[in-house]
Design a protein around this ligand. Structure first.
Ligand code: ATP
Ligand code: MG
Length: 597
């Protein structure tokens, strides 16, 4: 099959292209839902998604398998875009599978948040009439049955050593391990013990089931890895049905095989696990347990991003110790945080395409993600006017009570988006920093005697400012030139260097604006011996009052705009209300962190 159009190729696509060309998975049967070999070997002509025969209608199957023990972060976005993106490109299916085999850590709250986040990124798991959303814990019975088969075939045994004894006999990177004294137990004894383990007859940690491979293997992962452990714990899905739980390394390959996954894409740290993945599935295929051809594990380099932390443990610490305002804090690299910040799904998908997939670890600068967001926002966000940290500008020679309209373009590069009227009157709001009593060198905005253009409006000449008793400026004064209105004949006869934005005080709407910046002030938080908490950026969040043009008053939650001169903003999906808007800054107009900040 030819490479899908316009997509840069990568080593994973090469593998898929090769498999499609050789027809490796072409004749693979599929019953329409996950199950063991027996269930998938449906006869010709019976149900299958899409094809109407028993052959799997999906050309490839990938999966995104989060453990529901936390919120998804930017690293997960890379994996989601990769797995769901490949399925879309190759007429395949991508499954959303909750890897919930560990009874202690999972919660429904995380399951719901993960579903939301994947949807938000723009992906779904429907393929034909299949809804490919699964819980690994629904496969516990099959996993158990397969373990019995392995025991009967002499491929697994119950080990009754203590955890310390097992650790001591595992060997090291350079020296092989020692056989357990229980390694030669007969299958019948192992089976009886394993059934008693399931039956709840033993305490936690007294026995484990181990694969019987080779204690002298150079790969530690093949030295008779544990595949089941006793854990008397209530599981969010299976309740108290089980008191033994499969180890991740045993469960994951089986989940893939039960779901007919073709390409099981994971991060590099699982490379050493691949021999066990292959060993286990080969044994289970010989025993007739799982469908063939078998899924293949492919590893890629995880996303490492500068200026953030992507480890769940560290994210939890930031939330628990209240360094941020919860999981959806716009500064956190979680997908709920990014959404609240005003980042877009399109920006994430473009970022994921841009960084590609590789086999070796590298760091991506956060500015690459910010630039992808900025590009999409630039294309899609209408322009609006917001005056941050406002001060009054009084036009002394403008008639009291008069008002008129100025026209502001909704997007300077998209004339088809039209212009909107913005009211002009005697009292305006301007930014406090657009006035200086004694201007510094190169300052072209308002100071006594200087002229500026009020963008889309008139040219004014500053005459001075009022101060309160404490010396704070309470209003700036100016006179306007009635024949200087933008867009009227002769208006460009006025040559001025400064151009400032404004809103009419009578028409404006007060708002809260949250200016977010990077959460950490260094590229690699916590590198060396430093505590990563010490690297937090103390000014990562600033809240300022603002006056907005009236058109922003009733902005809908999650509506995004460019505020001229300030950047891209989104109406906060939690706190913004019609008539009382709250806006978050997603990104500035330009990268202010690049060299020379
Ligand atoms: P933890 O942070 O606790 O190690 P995890 O990030 O591995 O957990 P999972 O829920 O197991 O969390 O991850 C789901 C999927 O997301 C896995 O397939 C994993 O490979 C992928 N993934 C996680 N982090 C990254 C990352 N930084 N870059 C790319 N993929 C990632
Ligand atoms: Mg993990």
């Amino acid at each position: 099959m030819a490479e899908p159009d316009n997509k840069p190729s990568n080593f994973i696509r090469h593998i898929i292209d090769g498999d499609l060309k050789s027809g490796k998975y072409a004749a693979r049967r599929w019953s329409g839902k996950p199950g063991p070999a027996e269930q998938q070997k449906v006869p010709e002509g019976t149900h299958s998604a899409g094809a109407g025969t028993a052959v799997d209608g999906a050309k490839i199957r990938t999966r995104f398998p989060p453990e529901p023990n936390g919120y998804l972060h930017f690293g997960h976005a890379k994996s989601i875009c990769l797995n769901f993106g490949l399925a879309l490109d190759y007429q395949g299916a991508c499954h959303l599978r909750f890897d919930d085999t560990n009874p202690e850590k999972e919660e429904q709250e995380y399951v719901d948040a993960i579903i939301d986040a994947v949807h938000w990124l723009g992906f779904e798991w429907r393929f034909g009439d299949e809804i490919n959303q699964y819980l690994a814990s629904d496969y516990f019975e099959w996993m158990y049955q397969f373990a019995e088969k392995l025991i009967e075939a002499g491929h697994a045994y119950v080990d009754s050593q203590t955890a310390d004894e097992m650790r001591a006999s595992r060997g090291t990177l350079t020296a092989g391990g020692r056989n357990s004294p229980y390694r030669e137990r007969m299958p019948a004894e192992n089976l009886a013990l394993f059934r008693a383990m399931r039956g709840g007859e033993f305490a936690d940690g007294t026995h484990v089931l181990r694969a019987k491979i080779a204690m002298d293997s150079p790969n530690i992962n093949l030295r008779d890895p544990a595949i089941y452990r006793i854990r008397h714990a209530t599981h969010h899905n299976t309740g108290d049905t089980w008191c033994i739980y499969p180890m991740y390394t045993y469960a994951h390959p089986i989940e893939d095989a039960l779901e007919n996954i073709t390409h099981s894409i994971c991060t590099l740290e699982f490379e050493d696990q691949r021999p066990f993945y292959d060993w286990l599935l080969a044994r289970l295929a010989e025993l007739g347990c799982v469908n063939t051809p078998l899924p293949q594990q492919i590893e890629f380099a995880r996303l490492n991003l500068s200026y953030v932390v992507l480890s769940k443990r560290k994210l939890i610490q930031l939330v628990d110790e209240k360094h941020v305002d919860g999981w959806d804090d716009p500064r956190l690299p979680t997908l709920v945080g990014a959404r609240r910040r005003g980042f877009t799904a399109e920006g994430f998908r473009a970022f994921s395409e841009m960084i590609g997939v590789t086999k070796s670890d590298s760091w991506i600068d956060i500015s690459v993600l910010e630039e992808c967001q900025r590009e999409h926002l630039n294309e899609t966000a209408p322009r609006r006017i917001a005056v941050l940290d406002p001060v009054k500008l009084v036009i002394d020679n403008y008639p009291e009570g008069q008002e008129e309209e100025c026209l502001a373009p909704n997007h300077p590069q998209k004339p088809e988006w039209g212009k909107r009227p913005v009211p002009f009157s005697k009292e305006l709001w301007i930014e406090r920093e657009d006035f200086m009593e004694a201007p510094s060198k190169g300052y072209f905005r308002l100071f006594p005697g200087n002229r500026v253009r009020l963008r889309y409006g008139f040219v004014v000449e500053c005459t001075g400012a009022d101060r309160d008793d404490a010396g704070n400026i309470t209003a700036v004064h100016c006179n306007y030139f009635a024949d200087s209105k933008s867009g009227t004949p002769g208006s460009d006869a006025y040559k001025v260097k400064g151009n400032i934005h404004w809103v009419s005080a009578r028409h404006a709407c007060a708002a809260e604006i949250r200016l977010y910046d990077r959460l950490f002030s260094v590229e690699a938080p916590g590198s060396g011996d430093r505590d990563f908490i010490a690297d937090l950026n103390p000014t990562s969040k600033r809240v300022v009052a603002a006056q907005l043009e009236a058109a922003l008053k009733d902005a809908a939650a999650e509506e995004r705009f460019q505020f001229e001169r300030h950047g891209y903003f989104v109406a906060d999906r939690v706190d913004s209300r019609p008539g009382a808007p709250v806006f978050n800054r997603a990104v500035t107009l330009k990268d202010s962190w690049s060299k020379g900040k």
